[in-house]
Design a binder for this molecule. Structure first.
Ligand code: ADP
Ligand code: MG
Length: 252
């Protein structure tokens, strides 16, 4: 099987000289739920942002190595970054609905992409809300303002908004931060549904969440990958002492 994303000798330094990533090598397979785990400032968000080139927004940074997406170098000069970000979609930790109704939030991107047929829009709205485990709660009030939703519902709305555009890879940076336990478990349930259709790369809220949702895990420390393996290897039989210390709660 060829990797969906292949991270090759990737290093990244911020303009102030902080080296956030040090020679990262990782292959992420289609339809897996891949977790980037590690203490804060270990480089997880930086790595996630490189995967859809949000890192381009940092002036004066330095990158070495590359990421190959479906066989294509993400950083090649001819890559259309906007098209890339539709295929590799970031869902932010702090949900930011657009002004307007729930329905308008979900169809805005589709309309921008030229899709206007009501039946097609309706179908995409329903499917993406179902995949984000929000459909049952909002199906009777799609015309209501998105701002009236609870925090947990807004988070799932923003996930659904990304899904409506049918990306191939979904990047989730701590998608359950600030959510109550019920919303958290709804988001976690929806992750199992999502990987049927998408490749999901996620920074978890906690070690416990990582062990619940991950197929494979990379443990990062200070910008380096310490260990990568199946969920059972990382949490039950870690090979590196630092991984063991982290998953057993000795630091982080
Ligand atoms: P994590 O998501 O694991 O907490 P980050 O990727 O946010 O880690 O940060 C990795 C390192 O890069 C940290 O040392 C952090 O201080 C630094 N860093 C992150 N963003 C910036 C930035 N915009 N400018 C300078 N340094 C940054
Ligand atoms: Mg982060």
């Amino acid at each position: 099987m060829s990797a969906k994303l292949s991270i090759q000798n990737l290093s990244f330094t911020y303009p102030d000289g902080t080296q956030a990533l040090k020679n990262i090598n990782l292959d992420i397979q289609p339809h897996e739920l891949f977790v980037l785990m590690g203490p804060s400032r270990s480089g997880k968000s930086t790595l996630l942002r490189l995967m859809n080139r949000l890192s381009d927004l940092v002036d004066g940074c330095e990158r070495d190595g590359t990421i190959v997406f479906d066989g294509q170098d993400l950083f090649a000069p001819d890559v259309d970054v906007f098209a890339l970000r539709r295929r590799v979609s970031m869902v932010f930790a702090i949900p930011t609905p657009l002004p307007g109704s729930i329905y308008e939030n979900l169809t805005y991107g589709l309309r921008m992409a030229g899709i206007r047929t009501p039946a097609v829009l309706d179908e995409r709205v329903e499917r993406s809300l179902r995949q984000a485990a929000l459909w049952d709660e909002v199906k009777d009030r799609l015309g209501d303002s998105a701002f009236a939703l609870s925090g947990g519902q807004k988070q799932r709305l923003c996930l659904a908004r990304s899904l409506a555009l049918e990306p191939e890879v979904i990047l989730l940076d701590n998608p359950t931060s600030g959510l109550d336990p019920i919303s958290t478990s709804l988001v976690e349930e929806s992750l199992f549904e999502l990987k049927q259709q998408y490749t999901v790369i996620m920074v978890p809220h906690s070690v416990q969440q990582a062990s619940r949702v991950a197929d494979r895990v990379a443990f990062l420390l200070d910008g380096s990958v310490i260990e990568v393996g199946d969920e059972s290897q990382i949490f039950v039989y870690p090979e590196d002492q630092r991984t063991e210390d982290y998953v057993t709660g000795r630091f982080g």
